[in-house]
Design a protein around this ligand. Structure first.
Ligand code: GLC
Length: 598
């Protein structure tokens, strides 16, 4: 509902008359939710960008760094803690810090423990191929020596050094590529900037054009000419910035750095690749060049309380999901005000990095899974006619099921770093059964390498795994007489979650999936949904058994048992789910799960 209102607001926006445009200059971000500020997502094919893109061909994994004046506060102001993404601490949606007071923070910013080589070595050990760091965020403070504006780390702080010079050098020394994040539209402290003051220090009206000509354009020139080769310029939150400003910035980047890529959040589809929403890891393959940007905990910038770190296993799961869906993964750290990296962030990155060093072929220069989505036990990446099966949930039954692979298998082997052990495979039509040892060789993710006789030919139809739980997302369902939509929300401020859900049911509604059953028998069925009060759900196998149950619901998505259902034989089935009773309008189905009952 809230979303729909925002959408309507945005649509009205384009009807504004030239007269009111002036007043809007500095506020083209005010009435919009953060995700609407991210701009349109446009598919960018590799072929369209012959000169740029090598970074994504081979890289696939990188470090994002949010570091600035806000890191000094770590989400605490006057003893009060604010929960959410720390780089927004100044904003009215967080601590609402007045501009002058915020600018005073520069006077105490003194990151004496900043160590560019240490940061580069964390990225290197983590298996990352490049670093993108905040040169200027929405707050307007430049984390490099800018001549265009003295609100910068050299001129305004007691530390009086340019960390970007050091980090650019440290990246080169470590063999890493380097890039800058630059918030081109928002500037909360510079007159005329997006979300910034509408008047300058003399009380004169300031326009976005003023901000653009006096600060934004000169600074983009600075960061693309004074730090050596740059591989990425990461613009953000374009909002409704007029197109000609973006065209100018992209032109300057490509002129000064012919091989540099401009992020998908430049605006007007003018980036060189697509940038997904914050913390979004896609569940189906996406074509073209794209990146997912994610956090090691729940905030981009350092937040003193946030110890909710992703485990090495979770990091690998999200990284391999991104590679398996055809994209790249940029994972963020938020150094503290003293310049140091939270130890737990460094440790979890390094531990995941140790695994990547044992299986580089699974990540680097690897392409998307021909299954186009994850599989119950894990995910797949591909290099030519070789598939890497990344098994997170090891089948203790000793049999791993790979559905709908039509291509002949030349060999299957279980990897243990660079060692490999041949594995037996058998086939039942297009289902491949791989005999595996009872114990997984790896603690985090085990890899089975399949060499094929040719291009992998796969039918991406979902299959119900006979060993472990299979989750069918509403995202992959065909929905009739009900609604299916993507929705996003923020748990803490700026901590984005998203789901494609089916809702607003009636007697004729159905969410249905075509699935292959690899082994007949009874399966325990559960549903993940949110809603209000008790709900009655029905799960039916077309032409087969139908079961129903009433369970409670809550505002949060939860998994509820429905009951056992029987698949009488191996084969292809259609499964239908409907909500029969209760608050059906808000009954929001996220997924159906099948697990062998015995
Ligand atoms: C959003 C946030 C911004 C953050 C960026 C990272 O645009 O507004 O603070 O830097 O996402 O992707």
């Amino acid at each position: 509902m809230f979303h729909r209102i925002l959408l309507q607001l945005a649509t009205v926006g384009c009807l504004l008359t030239p007269l009111t445009l002036a007043a809007q200059d500095a506020s083209n971000v005010r009435s919009r939710s953060m995700d609407q500020l991210w701009g349109d997502r446009v598919v960018k094919l590799r072929a369209e960008n012959a000169d740029r893109g090598q970074l994504f061909d081979e890289g696939n994994y990188a470090m994002f760094i949010h570091w600035g004046l806000y890191s000094q506060l770590g989400n605490k102001v006057d003893g009060k803690t604010y929960y959410g993404i720390g780089e927004w601490i100044m904003h009215k949606n967080m601590a609402r810090i007045p501009i002058d007071r915020y600018k005073e923070l520069a006077g105490t910013f003194n990151p004496v423990d900043f160590d560019a080589d240490e940061i580069a070595s964390i990225a290197k050990d983590a298996g990352m191929k490049y670093i993108v760091i905040t040169a200027k965020h929405h707050d307007g403070f430049a984390m490099y020596h800018s001549k265009a504006c003295d609100f910068n780390i050299v001129d305004a702080t007691p530390w009086n050094k340019d960390p970007m010079k050091e980090l650019a050098r440290a990246c080169r020394d470590a063999g890493l590529c380097f890039g800058f994040y630059y918030s081109h539209n928002q500037d909360w402290t510079f007159p005329g900037g997006g979300g910034g003051p509408g008047k300058d220090e003399n009380g004169n009206r300031a326009t976005f054009d003023d901000y653009f000509e006096k600060k934004c354009l000169p600074q983009v020139r600075e960061i693309t000419t004074e730090y050596g080769p740059i591989e990425i310029v990461w613009f953000d939150t374009p909002g409704r910035i007029p197109k000609h400003y973006v065209e100018k910035l992209v032109e300057v980047v490509h002129e000064n750095q012919p091989h540099a890529m401009v992020s998908g959040r430049a605006g007007h589809g003018l980036g060189d690749y697509q940038t997904l929403g914050d913390m979004e890891v896609p569940r189906h393959n996406i074509e073209g060049m794209w990146e997912s940007v994610d956090t090691t905990n729940d905030s981009w910038a350092y937040a003193w309380y946030d110890e909710y770190w992703k485990s090495p296993r979770e990091i690998l799961k999200r990284l391999l999901a991104c590679v398996g869906r055809g994209g790249t993964y940029m994972l963020n750290i938020g150094p503290k005000g003293d310049g140091t990296v939270p130890q737990r962030a460094a440790r979890t990155l390094r531990t995941a990095g140790e695994w990547i060093r044992r299986y580089p072929q699974v990540v680097y220069a690897a392409d998307a899974s021909p299954w186009q989505h994850a599989l119950p036990w894990g995910d797949v990446t591909r290099r030519g006619n070789t598939l890497s099966l990344c098994v997170f949930d090891w089948p203790t039954s000793g049999e791993l099921y790979l559905p709908n692979l039509k291509t002949e298998i030349v060999s299957a082997s279980l990897l243990n770093g660079s060692e490999s052990t041949p594995l037996e495979t058998s086939r039942e039509n297009d289902t491949v059964v791989i005999s595996v040892p009872a114990r997984a060789p790896e603690k985090l993710v085990s890899v089975i390498e399949l060499k094929l006789a040719g291009e992998p030919e796969v039918d991406p139809t979902w299959a119900i795994d006979p060993n472990i739980e299979t989750t069918l997302l509403a995202e992959f369902a065909e929905v009739k007489n009900a609604k299916k939509e993507e929705k996003r929300w923020m748990e803490k401020y700026g901590e984005w979650k998203g789901v494609v859900h089916a809702f607003d049911w009636n007697d004729d509604s159905s969410a249905s999936w075509t699935v292959d059953v690899l082994q007949p028998g009874d399966y325990n069925v559960e549903l993940t949904y949110s809603g209000e009060g008790r709900l009655v759900w029905e799960v039916a196998i077309e032409g087969g058994e139908t079961i129903r149950n009433q369970q409670n619901s809550s505002h949060n998505y939860q998994q509820f048992p429905i009951g056992w259902i029987n698949f009488p034989a191996v084969g292809r089935y259609t499964i239908k789910v409907n909500c029969l009773d209760g608050e059906r309008e808000t009954a929001s189905l996220k997924a159906v799960h099948f697990a062998p009952a015995f």
